[in-house]
Design a protein around this ligand. Structure first.
Ligand SMILES: Cc1cc2nc3c(=O)[nH]c(=O)nc-3n(C[C@H](O)[C@H](O)[C@H](O)COP(=O)(O)O)c2cc1C
Length: 187
């Protein structure tokens, strides 16, 4: 394999594809949303979910202020909305209006839950760790919102029905092919 100098690497795209989530937050004036490819489950008990957000993002201070966020998972068919919220700032526009984001009617939700999502984790912000030019926001999952038809009996995404939005970097999106999942338990 070729060794590439870090000076010549523009972005860390090599580990993709990754599911592109939409992270939502209640703002003082209006809700906001951004695309987030850097996110992960962190713990089962307590249930923790982490999102890495740069301090440059308008959403960063909104999440700190709200003390909450939601990670919404949209299908590939909605990738234009993901790209929209990922290439525009809530400083300049109302992204919910601009990208036609409808919210579940849940007045007590800690953050907006998107109707386009097949799953969403509603999180209370419990910790924040600086990681270079991003902050790891650690959220305790307080509610899981699901389109139950999107999952099989083991809570695995039914990829024959739902096509996840996978990000490749460089504004490229793809999805899974219609292959039957193989259950591999190892030896
Ligand atoms: C697919 C995709 C994934 C992204 N992932 C992240 C991410 O993980 N963390 C981050 O801070 N920004 C990420 N971004 C950039 C933000 O979504 C983008 O800067 C957005 O416009 C910020 O909006 P805001 O200023 O309203 O918060 C991503 C952008 C795209 C298109």
């Amino acid at each position: 394999m070729a060794k590439i100098s870090l000076d010549t690497v523009a972005s860390l795209n090599h580990f993709y594809p990754a599911v592109a989530a939409v992270v939502t937050v209640h703002g003082r004036e209006r809700p906001n949303a951004l695309a987030c490819a850097w996110h992960s489950a962190l713990s089962f008990r307590p249930p923790l979910y982490g999102v890495l957000i740069s301090e440059k993002r308008f959403s960063h201070h909104l999440i700190v202020e709200a003390g909450a966020f939601a990670a919404n998972f949209l299908p590939f068919e909605k990738a234009e909305k993901i790209a929209g919220v990922g290439r525009n700032s809530g400083r300049d526009l109302d992204k919910f209006q601009a990208f036609d984001l409808s919210v579940e009617p849940l007045p007590d939700a800690l953050a907006p839950i998107l109707q386009d999502a097949y799953a969403a984790y509603e999180c209370r912000l419990v910790d924040r760790h600086p990681c270079g030019d991003h902050d790891l926001f650690v959220g305790e999952i307080v509610r899981i919102h699901l389109d139950e038809a999107a999952f099989d009996a083991d809570s695995a995404l039914a990829v024959e029905r739902i096509h996840p939005a996978l990000y490749l970097g460089a504004d490229l999106y793809t999805t899974t092919v219609e292959a039957a999942p193989r259950r591999l338990r190892g030896k």
